[in-house]
Design a protein around this ligand. Structure first.
Ligand code: ADP
Ligand code: MG
Length: 231
């Protein structure tokens, strides 16, 4: 119990820190972007080329913040009834370029007419973080299979990849803040995911085998058909 308490307190602090970092860093990035944009409009040749590169790197920095820290905004959280097909179609469109760049395939098999209650951007963030990891783990002939169905009053979301897989030592540490085995990793992805799933009264676990692949299984409460969606 004690450990649990400490863990959630730690997460609370990290989450708040992340929110303010995201907020504080985004503004100077945007201001810098504006000035570079002005300069690039007046320039040509090499100078223009460098400025264009600088602009696109700035955009990349903002999108990393957006990808990882959008959820952390300390703003009022809007909860609605989310259609899983729509949500995953949107997630697919966000991740497909990255997936193709890594030579991977993303196969979606999402049953229609399934709903859950939650915040749409947090939901997306949770699954983007899982699928991104799968993409980053892929080797040749990489495939990610996403299967969504319901059973009784639950929704099951399976995300299975044939990537590098994990050893039991890595598996047990998933979701630990700053735990990463990547040179450019943040080690925040799954921590964020676990938090979001937990807040949605769901459950998630991972099965993995080194050299074979990884599968995550997420269970969420199904929102009834008859429930009126919140505007
Ligand atoms: P990051 O991706 O920034 O390293 P994450 O919290 O998203 O942080 O993941 C933590 C670690 O878990 C990764 O560095 C990786 O070692 C491992 N991992 C997570 N998902 C997978 C996967 N699908 N295949 C292989 N390893 C994974
Ligand atoms: Mg990650």
């Amino acid at each position: 119990f004690n450990n649990e308490l400490q863990r959630s307190e730690k997460m609370e602090i990290i989450s708040e820190l992340a929110a303010s970092v995201a907020h504080e860093v985004r503004n100077p990035l945007q201001v810098t972007r504006g000035f570079l944009q002005l300069l690039s409009e007046k320039s040509s040749g090499d100078e223009k080329r460098y400025l264009t590169m600088a602009l696109s790197e700035l955009d990349r920095a903002s999108s990393i913040i957006t990808d990882f820290l959008t959820f952390a905004k300390p703003e009022f959280e809007q909860i609605s009834t989310l259609n899983l097909y729509d949500e995953f179609k949107h997630i697919e469109s966000i991740l497909l370029p990255l997936c193709h760049m890594n030579g991977g395939k993303l196969i979606l098999d999402v049953a229609d007419h399934l709903w859950v209650r939650g915040n749409s951007s947090k939901f997306k963030q949770a699954f983007i973080n899982i699928i991104k990891n799968s993409i980053e783990a892929l080797g040749d002939e990489g495939t990610i299979q996403l299967t969504v169905y319901s059973k009784a009053d639950k929704v099951f979301i399976h995300i299975k990849d044939n990537g590098e897989g994990m050893s039991p030592e890595v598996l047990i540490r998933l979701g630990e803040p700053y735990f990463s085995n990547k040179t450019k990793g943040t080690g925040l992805g799954l921590m964020v995911t676990f938090r979001i799933i937990e807040a949605m009264q769901g459950d998630i676990h991972f099965i993995s085998k080194k050299g074979v692949g990884t599968e995550s299984i997420t269970m969420l409460p199904l929102a009834g058909d008859l429930e009126v969606p919140t505007p």
